[in-house]
Design a protein around this ligand. Structure first.
Ligand SMILES: Nc1nc2c(ncn2[C@@H]2O[C@H](COP(=O)(O)OP(=O)(O)O)[C@@H](O)[C@H]2O)c(=O)[nH]1
Ligand SMILES: [Mg+2]
Length: 306
């Protein structure tokens, strides 16, 4: 992909983010005379309506109350600045770069419940790194459903990435094992491993994830360098409980927040960063391979409030 095209797409992605993220908070501050109890109540309503979540909303409002008390001001403009900085620092908790291996390949394990956007997000990640001139290999380790391997295969063809696949029902860790060997043999920079989002039981699923993880760790030093959990932004607060479940079974190093377009509400990003203690690394903004954007706390807080 030529650089100009890449920048254009990034810009288009950003304008989408802005549309989703924008809240009436700026408007509220602009028309207010002073920040009082009624104002704070309205602010809380907006934040909860934007999927920030009750706890995080209360904590943000409490910070604002305290700031008003400490500074002795009820001036909306001043307190608006304080609110923006407060939310930005909450988002910063969630900001960190993707860990790439010192010597290739970097292995990125991708987990998540079915339907959250896992396979699509993998295709986006692959296209993103291929756009940076990296050699990418996909491991079709969701062998639970035939359609899953097929779908990843279609994406691989579409974006021109290599893929390692076995037939349906085979051992997902064995696919990952072969993919690691292929990655080393072919000089691959980034190996991305798809996993099942549902098995017969949750405990099977979590055991399988751990098994894939340990196979990959044995084959490639330091791997997996990232374990990304794909969450569906339109799932709202449910996304947070999903993340908590996965976190119990496997160490998640980052979140890929998919579907932050359409019906998603931007406040979910604040809730995720604030409550999970897992950095958001990428967001998905549509169904195309280019609809991906690295997470940027400053940009997001601006998009939320300005
Ligand atoms: N609007 C939108 N749709 C998405 C996004 N990511 C994935 N999808 C759609 O969500 C559905 C499920 O995606 P898929 O990748 O198959 O999910 P998986 O079951 O977790 O692997 C598909 O229809 C995708 O096109 C996104 O960022 N935005
Ligand atoms: Mg899938």
């Amino acid at each position: 992909m030529v650089l100009g095209g890449f920048l254009d797409k990034l810009k288009r992605g950003l304008s989408k983010t802005r549309r989703v993220l924008s809240t009436p908070v700026g408007e509220l501050f602009r028309r207010a005379r002073q920040v009082d109890a009624a104002f704070l109540e309205e602010l809380e309503e907006i934040l909860i309506g934007a999927d920030v979540g009750v706890e995080t909303t209360m904590s943000i409002a409490e910070d604002l109350r305290r700031a008003a008390r400490d500074t002795g001001t009820a001036d909306p403009e001043e307190l608006y600045g304080i609110l923006k900085r407060d939310v930005e620092s909450r988002l910063r908790k969630g900001e960190s770069d993707v860990t790439l291996a010192d010597s290739s390949p970097t292995v990125i394990l991708v987990a998540g419940v079915n339907g959250t956007g896992k396979t699509t997000s993998i295709a986006k990640l692959a296209a993103y790194y291929m756009g940076q001139g990296k050699k990418v290999l996909l491991s079709a380790s969701d062998t639970f459903r035939a359609a899953a391997t097929e779908q990843l295969g279609i994406w691989a063809d579409r974006i021109g990435a290599d893929i390692v696949r076995h037939k349906m029902g085979s051992d997902p860790a064995a696919v990952a094992f072969d993919a690691c060997e292929a990655a080393a043999a072919r000089g691959v920079d980034i190996l991305i491993v798809d996993t099942a989002g549902r098995l017969h039981t949750d405990s099977n699923l979590m055991r399988e994830l751990s098994k894939i993880k340990s196979v990959v760790a044995r084959k490639i030093p330091g791997a997996p360098h990232e374990v990304l959990l794909v969450l569906d932004a339109t799932a709202g607060q449910n996304a947070i409980s999903q993340a908590r479940n996965f976190k119990q079974a496997i160490e998640i190093t980052g979140i890929f927040l998919a579907k932050l377009d359409g019906t998603a509400k931007g406040g979910i990003v604040v809730a995720i960063c604030d409550k999970l203690g897992i950095p958001v690394k990428f967001v998905g903004l549509g169904e195309g391979a280019d609809d991906i954007e690295p997470f940027d706390a400053e940009l997001f807080s601006r998009a939320l409030f300005e």
